[in-house]
Design a protein around this ligand. Sequence first.
Ligand SMILES: [Zn+2]
Length: 108
Amino acid sequence: MNFQKAGEVLTEVWNNMVIEGHNVVVEYLEPDDSAESFVPDLPSPQWYSEHMRESQYLLQVHLVKCDDRACCGDVRSSLRSILSKHFLIPPYTILQSSSSLCIPKPRV
Ligand SMILES: [Zn+2]
């Protein structure tokens, strides 16, 4: 009952939001017991490889639109000028050597 109430309250809050000029439309759905209803549609492996980066400590969705306008639409900012690889650099392991901090070379 707590989850249902939280869902109903969030539905009310989100339905009153406008994001970038678009009304947010949300509907609370009663959960059912079928496992099938909880499986989201997964993106294709090609889309995933183009738009996602995954590591032990980081899951990153493409921050910059891909080159396919049919996929991500027109570019509206100059974010690509600072993120030319479309993603933030991954976190580095930093080790303390006897004299300073260092980033170990990746194992091949
Ligand atoms: Zn795209």
